[in-house]
Ligand binder design. Structure first.
Ligand code: 4AD
Ligand code: MG
Length: 461
């Protein structure tokens, strides 16, 4: 079978030759003597028109084919200079692989994204999801390409862990205990001696701590895998299962970290614009009108950089516009993040040096004793897409901070060891993969950039 992508990309090779294609019927209309099938074969955003005539012995069957039917078509690819599409296939045979029924949910009309979320197994057949998941795939490839070209080693960190990398306690527990009959110790606590690992374990919220161990061996590493958070946040940008990219660089400080993040985002944008022009035009036309202009601008300008303290000053002047009023020490809400990127800077920015009390235990304490060397990257339309920091490399300071926070030190020996055996200045960040795809496509709900989204109250398929 020739793919529609091959036909569009290498048309001179196939024009006026006999070819065979396979795909699904997007539309079918027939008159007495001939009919048209609109065929989508999944390899290319655009469809291919098939003309079939009454001379085919299954003509009457074809003229009543339902949308969604899988067919294999053999015929000649001919140019159609007057038509909207540059060519069509004049069919010599159309073989039905698998019929579809009249109640096929994807009929020839616009469906709402809300409806499409109820048919997650069928929605990849629509234009919106064809474009989204091809861009998602290319985006993943671009990320690997960026890091590999820059000599980062890809590390596979575990999904089941016994530590809480963010210290935020938002974890899904993993257990083989019978939840209807949980074994208890005499003091009432759970008896883990009967559990698979003989201790409490959870799905990872971040690969960072493991990533740091490999950075202290390979200097530059990255992870790229699923992460899980039992955050009770029912928003358009939170999922319970999402993918994260976490580079970690030894002998690097916060500036190096931000430079790396900025170069990576620009690389991804460029790669996707170059390799998915049809999809990106579709998003620009139907999903987010200013998308291409905005991305082109981002590729060719510097990200803004502002400290948390400066950002709070800027935001305080507009407190009357916010649902949550800001003051020094508070965490930034989405409305504040979006205000900074959309109203003040009008481009992606890094906000740096957050108060230590609203950030994770591993971040390096600044000389002021109040803030940490953190950098979040915020973008218009979404807010935070990257959270990063320079790490505390000093054994005593790190241990003291962990004790202050009352952490269970027994889980973190390995992490403290790194500060004992040849510690280095080091930094890293986490890019939320879905938020990155949202940013690239203009798709505004995380439920639509994940093939099978898991969010609060929803694990549907
Ligand atoms: O800011 P976060 O929590 O940082 C970390 O996990 C660090 N360990 C990263 C590091 O320094 N190596 O998460 C990083 C990013 C966020 O900026 C956001 O884009 C995404 O992960 N993220 C989520 N995406 C979707 N759904 C959620 N529930 C998310 N939580 C975080
Ligand atoms: Mg964060």
């Amino acid at each position: 079978l020739v793919t529609v992508r091959e036909i569009f990309r290498d048309r001179d090779k196939y024009l006026n030759t006999k070819i065979k294609v396979g795909g699904w019927v997007r539309n079918n209309r027939a008159s007495k003597n001939f009919g048209f099938l609109v065929l989508h074969d999944g390899t290319f955003f655009d469809t291919l028109q098939i003309v079939y005539g009454a001379e085919l012995d299954n003509f009457s069957g074809l003229s009543s084919l339902n949308i969604g039917t899988a067919v294999i078509v053999e015929g000649t690819l001919v140019p159609t200079p007057e038509a909207k599409q540059p060519f069509e296939i004049q069919a010599e045979s159309v073989v039905v692989e698998g019929e579809s029924t009249p109640d096929y949910p994807l009929q020839k009309k616009r469906h709402t994204v809300e409806f499409l979320r109820t048919i997650q197994h069928l929605r990849p057949r629509t234009n919106l999801f064809q474009a989204t998941y091809r861009v998602r795939s290319l985006c993943a490839y671009a990320i690997h390409k960026f890091f590999q070209e820059n000599d980062f080693v890809y590390v596979h960190t575990p999904l089941i862990t016994s530590s809480d990398a963010e210290g935020a306690g938002e974890m899904f527990q993993v257990t083989t205990l019978d939840l209807n009959n949980i074994p208890k110790n005499e003091d009432g606590s759970v008896d883990f001696s009967q559990d698979f690992f003989k201790k409490p374990t959870n799905l990872t919220v971040s690969g960072q701590l493991y990533g740091e161990t490999y950075a202290q061996a390979f200097r530059k590493i990255y992870t790229f895998g699923p992460t899980f958070r039992a955050e009770n946040s029912n928003t358009t940008r939170h999922a319970a299962e999402f993918w994260m990219i976490e580079p970690e660089i030894a002998f690097a400080d916060l500036q190096d970290d931000m430079d790396c993040a900025e170069a990576m985002l620009k690389y991804i944008i460029r790669y996707v614009l170059e390799n998915a022009p049809e999809e990106m035009n579709f998003f620009n036309q139907f999903v987010d009108k200013g998308l291409l202009d905005r991305l082109n601008h981002v590729m060719n300008s510097d990200f803004g950089r502002v400290t948390y303290t400066e950002a709070i000053k800027l935001l305080e002047e507009h407190n009357d516009e916010f649902e949550y009023k800001v003051s020094w020490g508070c965490d930034l809400q989405t409305e504040h993040e979006r205000y900074l990127t959309e109203q003040v800077f009008k481009k992606p920015i890094f906000v740096t040096d957050y108060p230590k009390d609203i950030k994770a235990f591993y971040m390096k304490l600044n000389d002021d004793g109040k803030t940490v060397a953190a950098a979040d990257c915020l973008v218009p339309g979404i807010g935070e897409i990257i959270g990063g920091s320079q790490r505390e490399e000093d054994y005593d300071k790190l241990k003291q901070r962990m004790e202050e926070l009352g952490m269970d030190m027994s889980q973190y020996d390995f992490y403290l060891d790194l500060r004992k055996f040849g510690t280095t200045r080091h930094a890293g960040f986490g890019l939320g993969f879905e938020r990155c795809v949202m940013y690239l496509t203009g798709v505004s709900n995380i439920r639509d950039v994940l093939p099978f989204p898991r969010t609060v109250n929803h694990c549907d398929l």
